[in-house]
Every structure is written in structure tokens, then in C-alpha cells.
Design a protein around this ligand. Structure first.
Ligand code: FAD
Length: 457
């Protein structure tokens, strides 16, 4: 006998709890199943712990730079990793508790803790319990990809999850992967005082960004003493006494880097391999992402997939937006689709990179005739006042329609300032329209109209 519900949500990540709330408020009986930690990746092993650690690293960095601001620290700056970890753990613990309490307070929602596996398109098993429903919402997220690289099983490596348990400083942290997750850990551990080397297969960091963005990030990280080994085409691992040797084979430099710890940050994979999707008949693509349409419906009627597991986004805000799209279509009869949203995200090195829309090279590839505005942060008053002038801001505009196609703000406050451009794009404002908007002084955002007044072919 199965226990029947109106709707079953699998995963308490960034879409599931909010959706459970809306379904419950709409009068449905809801089961929410979570196998591990309430709040999922973002709260427990992703955004929140990393941004809490980035904040500690920033404090250490600014303390070391105290003299630049006329502030004497009166001795060497020390970082107590146990206290850094305890602060991070509290941020995570409080947020996780908040999600759990919220879910358990929902009127018509029953929370099950255990691993969910489909038995059929309308039934799912959690431990001894068999649950059934006419509607399923899959929000199972993803996990770190452990690549099949030579020697990976011969040494102990870290992922974004296991590195969070460290409460001591690695002597030398080698990070395999020079993209978003790897760079955040690289800079924070360097600021905590570790020797850090990034080993990256591609010839440049964050290769999805424009070359000038990659180059500026390279300069920022190198200036802090992070060693960069790019174009590492033959990465392999082997034990070396108590340490780990990471084979690099770059054209320049030693063929191996010897690290005390190795973090693998080479991508993510969806948690769809152990969900019994074949029994439900839900189709996945060649990388395991659940195939969905614009409204996040899977190949099976009555089953939706939201968040990282559908391959349509890899962020907390995309997962939450997935919830909004599904809820709008299902409960509000408002036709919304994921293709309506504009790509936007941030990379939380310091200074952060805020990104929206197309990169310049994507816009060129798409056939646009461009006008581009670019300004170094050394010419942004707010950045000068704060003594944080690394990076630049750049906006890409269609020369024919004056539509804003995309922007990058790599600089102090870039993660916030980018929203001025995102919101203008969402409101379909032209570059000329945004240029005429009065912004507040002194801010980073106030230079956006100036930037738009300096567009060049
Ligand atoms: C180091 C790191 C830093 C990040 N920083 C940022 C950032 O700054 N900003 C940002 O926007 N994004 C960031 N992200 C990405 C962000 O964390 C994810 O995009 C987001 O958490 C995706 O949410 P989700 O709801 O799809 O899945 P998740 O949050 O992963 O939640 C899925 C849940 O499903 C549960 N689950 C899985 N399988 C089952 C099963 N079979 N049965 C029951 N439960 C199951 C899991 O236990 C998990 O709790 C970061 C990620 C990492 C790894």
C-alpha cells in the first residue's frame, strides 16, 4: 500500500522548499523528501559556506593592507582557521535550521528524510515507505565531478564539500580547475596564508569569459602570489611521500607541482544516476541532466525537473527562478518560461565579477555589429576612494538596435552594480535610455551611464 499525496517534491534545495510551500498553500497535500541536508548545496556546501569564508579571507586581506588606509595593526595578521571554520559553520547551521523549520511548519507538507527512488511514474520509495502522487517535482541538484584522471584513486583529494571540513591551513593547496569554484577557493586560501597553485587545462582562466576578463583575473590572482599553471594538458596525480604530486606538463615550468592538499574543482554532475528515473521513464541527456521543455516539464506527464539537475542553470537564482516558472504555470495560470530569463551570475573572487547577458565574443559570434564601452576601475571614483581599483567594467551594445547585449563588471561592488544593467535589459531599455538615467553618487553604478556614453565600434 502506498501513501497518497497530491504532489511529491524530491530534494530540499533551492526550488523544492519554495514550491512545497506554494503547493501546500494551494491546498494540496505535499510530501517533500530530502536525503541529506536541508537547504541542499547552496546552504551547506556551496554559496553560503564559500561566501562566509570569502568574507573571512577579505578581512585578513584588508587587515594586511591596513597601512594603505593609514591604519596600524601593530603586528602580523594571524588567521585562526578553527575560528574561521566555526564562523562559517554557524552561518550554514542557522540557514539549514531555517529551511528545516520552514518546511516542517508548512500546513499540508509531510517531510520524509531518506533517499528517494522512483518505482514507477506515479510511485516513489523512501526507505520502507512507498509514496504515490499524480505530480512529481524533481529538485535533486548535483555534486562535484571527480574526473577520471590518471592516479586519482592513488591519492586523497578534496572536493568543494570535503574541503569545508578543514580547520587547519594546508601548507600548499593545489587546485585542479581554474574556473568559478576553483578560483574562489584559491584566493581565499591564499589570503588565509597557504601557498596555492592553480592547475588548469585550458590556456586561460575562466575560459567562458572574454579574454580581457580572464587576463585581468589572472593579474589579480598572480599579484596575490597564487601560482598559475595553465595549458596543463596532461594532469595526473601520484603520492609523493606525505604529499601529492600533480603532473602538469606545461611548456613552461616544472613538470610536477608538489602539494600537501589537492582540491578537484573541474565541474559538477547531476544527482540523477540513483533516482530510478528509468522506472519512471524520465529521459536524461548524455551527461545525465533531465531533459525538460521551456516550462520544465520532463518527458513524462506530471513530472517536472527544477534546478541544477535539468542542466538549464547552475546557480541558486536559476533554481529559484525554476520554481517561479513552474508555480506560475501550474498555480497562477501565467505562462512563464525559462527562456525569458537573462543569464546573470557572479564570481566571488575579490574584487568580484558580475556578469549579465552575452560576452563580447558571444555577441560577435551571434553576428551582432557591436559598440563596446570599457573603463578601468582606476577611473571609478568609488573604487579609488575605497582603495580597491583592480579590474574594469565593460558593456556590449548592438550598434544597430542600441539594445544592451551584455556586461561584465570586474571590480569592487561588481556583483551588486551589475544589477543596474540586468534590470535595464529585463525592462528592454536601450543603451541610450539607461545612459539618461540619473544614478547616485558616489557609487560604482553611477559610471554605467558614463560608460554608455563612451561606446566605441
Ligand atoms: C562551491 C560552490 C559555490 C557556489 N556558489 C554559488 C554562488 O555564489 N551563487 C550561486 O547562485 N550559486 C552558487 N553555487 C551553485 C548553487 O549551490 C547551486 O546552483 C544550487 O544549490 C542548486 O540548487 P538545486 O535546488 O538545484 O540543488 P541542490 O541545492 O543541490 O539541492 C538538491 C537536494 O536534493 C537532495 N537529493 C538529491 N538526490 C536525492 C534523492 N534521490 N532523494 C532525496 N533527496 C535527494 C540533495 O541532498 C540536496 O539537498 C555554488 C556551488 C558550489 C558547489
Amino acid at each position: 500500500m502506498s501513501r497518497a499525496f497530491d504532489a511529491i517534491v524530491i530534494g530540499a534545495g533551492q526550488a523544492g522548499p519554495a514550491l512545497a510551500g506554494r503547493l501546500s498553500d494551494a491546498g494540496m497535500s505535499v510530501a517533500l523528501i530530502e536525503r541529506k541536508l536541508f537547504g541542499g548545496t547552496c546552504v551547506n556546501t556551496g554559496c553560503m559556506p564559500t561566501k562566509a569564508l570569502v568574507a573571512s579571507a577579505h578581512a585578513a586581506h584588508i587587515a594586511r593592507r591596513g597601512g594603505d588606509f593609514g591604519v596600524d595593526i601593530g603586528g602580523a595578521v594571524g588567521v585562526d582557521m578553527a575560528r574561521v571554520k566555526a564562523r562559517k559553520d554557524k552561518v550554514v547551521h542557522d540557514a539549514r535550521g531555517g529551511v528545516e523549520a520552514w518546511l516542517k511548519s508548512m500546513q499540508r507538507c509531510t517531510v520524509f528524510q531518506g533517499h528517494a527512488r522512483f518505482e514507477s511514474p506515479t510511485e516513489i520509495r523512501v526507505g520502507e515507505e512507498l509514496l504515490s502522487a499524480p505530480r512529481f517535482f524533481i529538485n535533486v541538484g548535483g555534486r562535484a565531478l571527480v574526473p577520471d584522471m590518471p592516479g586519482v584513486d592513488s591519492v586523497q583529494t578534496l572536493t568543494n564539500t570535503t574541503i569545508l571540513a578543514l580547520d587547519t591551513l594546508p601548507h600548499h593547496l593545489v587546485i585542479v580547475g581554474g574556473s568559478y569554484i576553483g578560483l574562489e577557493f584559491a584566493q581565499m586560501y591564499r589570503r588565509f596564508g597557504a601557498q596555492v597553485t592553480i592547475v588548469e587545462k585550458a590556456p586561460r582562466l575562466v575560459a567562458r569569459e572574454d579574454e580581457d576578463v580572464s587576463q585581468a583575473i589572472h593579474t589579480i590572482l598572480e599579484a596575490e602570489g597564487i601560482a598559475l599553471r595553465l595549458g596543463a594538458e596532461c594532469i595526473r596525480l601520484r603520492p609523493s611521500g606525505d604529499d601529492i604530486a600533480v603532473g602538469v606538463t606545461c611548456e613552461v615550468g616544472e613538470p610536477e607541482v608538489i602539494g600537501s592538499h589537492v582540491l578537484l574543482a573541474v565541474g559538477r554532475r547531476p544527482n540523477t544516476d540513483d533516482l530510478g528515473l528509468d522506472r519512471a521513464g524520465v529521459a536524461v541527456d548524455e551527461r545525465g541532466y533531465i531533459r525538460v521543455d521551456e516550462r520544465l516539464r520532463t518527458s513524462v506527464d506530471g513530472i517536472w525537473a527544477l534546478g541544477d539537475c535539468n542542466g538549464r542553470g547552475a546557480f541558486t537564482h536559476t533554481a529559484y527562478n525554476d520554481f517561479e516558472v513552474v508555480a506560475a504555470n501550474l498555480l497562477d495560470h501565467e505562462p512563464r518560461s525559462v527562456s525569458q530569463r537573462i543569464d546573470a551570475y557572479a564570481l566571488y573572487i575579490d574584487p568580484p565579477l558580475g556578469r549579465v547577458g552575452m560576452t563580447e565574443s558571444q555577441a560577435l559570434k551571434a553576428g551582432h555589429r557591436l559598440r563596446v564601452g570599457k573603463r578601468p576601475m582606476t577611473r571609478v571614483g568609488r573604487a579609488v576612494e575605497k582603495g580597491e581599483t583592480q579590474g574594469f567594467m565593460k558593456v556590449v551594445v548592438d550598434a544597430d538596435s542600441d539594445a544592451i547585449l551584455g556586461a561584465a563588471i570586474l571590480g569592487v561592488g561588481g556583483d551588486e552594480a551589475i544589477h543596474a544593467i540586468l534590470d535595464a535589459m529585463a525592462a528592454a531599455r536601450t543603451a541610450g535610455g539607461l545612459q539618461r538615467t540619473m544614478h547616485i553618487h558616489p557609487t560604482v553604478s553611477e559610471l554605467i551611464p558614463t560608460l554608455l556614453g563612451e561606446l566605441r565600434p
